[in-house]
Ligand binder design. Structure first.
Ligand code: ADE
Length: 249
């Protein structure tokens, strides 16, 4: 059980404020948002998920099919997050996937990060107020006790719609103070914020962005092994969450 000192009470109060009217009942529904089938497969297997044949989604969209479908990037991430939250009313969203990591900021291949904050790095609108809107920085739901228990690395996540990194993206990623970059996180955070569902971000590092290997090769080389690590962490996270309330995370 988490400690009950002053500090933890403080943290709990903050967390309680963040989830507003959401309560002290145990978390019963967790929505995993995963972009690629290779990333999702270990989780599907681990949690013995089966395909929902009476899909809650509109006819023709591929979303609840676990196999043969990838939906990479912010457009599909936001759509599927929106549709899933509307249909399933989850207590918590976990966006689990892979990311590029910055070696200079302490990321190595196979590390699994939990993101403290997420933002976009490819929405440049250099007009006052719109600039901030474009960056779209949001805090992840705080999980101090989960962090303590699982000993995960913590870092800021920056999201854009490309696997590569243009010089302008790089400047924005540095401005975002990010340790990892992905293609969905900030979009999931945007929708989660709109719909007032707490969200956390588990990201496993497949490639070192500031290393010498070309990103696509390094990504593909490590994808299967790293998603296995992601699966292990996701399992630990779900085991930790099991039976707890949001404010206890
Ligand atoms: N997912 C895995 N590696 C990535 C990278 N380098 N950039 C964006 N998304 C990624």
């Amino acid at each position: 059980a988490p400690p009950h000192g002053d500090k933890s009470a403080e943290v709990k109060e903050e967390a309680a404020a963040a989830v507003s009217s959401v309560d002290n009942r145990p978390i019963s529904t967790i929505l995993f948002i995963v972009a690629m089938q290779t990333e999702a497969l270990p989780l599907v297997k681990k949690f013995q998920l089966t395909e929902d044949l009476n899909s809650v989604f509109p006819k023709g969209v591929p979303w609840v099919r676990f196999y043969g479908v990838d939906g990479v990037g912010t457009v599909s991430a936001s759509l599927v997050t929106y549709a899933s939250v509307q249909a399933l009313k989850p207590d918590l969203i976990i966006n689990a996937g892979t990311a590029g990591g910055f070696g200079a900021k302490g990321a190595s291949i196979g590390d699994v990060f939990i993101s403290s904050e997420v933002a976009f790095h490819d929405r440049r609108i250099p007009i006052p107020v719109f600039d901030i809107y474009g960056v779209g920085s949001r805090k992840a739901f705080a999980t101090p006790n989960l962090l303590k228990e699982l000993n995960l690395k913590v870092g800021k996540l920056s999201t854009g719609d490309s696997l590569d990194m243009s010089p302008m993206d790089e400047a924005s990623i540095i401005a975002n103070d990010a340790t990892i970059k992905d293609m969905e996180g900030a979009a999931v955070a945007y929708v989660a914020d709109l719909l007032k569902v707490p969200a956390i971000f588990l990201k496993a590092v497949t490639d070192v962005v500031d290393g010498d290997k070309p990103t696509p090769e390094e990504f593909l080389e490590n994808l299967v092994a790293v998603t296995a690590a992601l699966d292990q962490t996701a399992t630990q996270v779900v085991d930790y969450i099991s039976g707890k309330c949001l404010v206890e995370l």
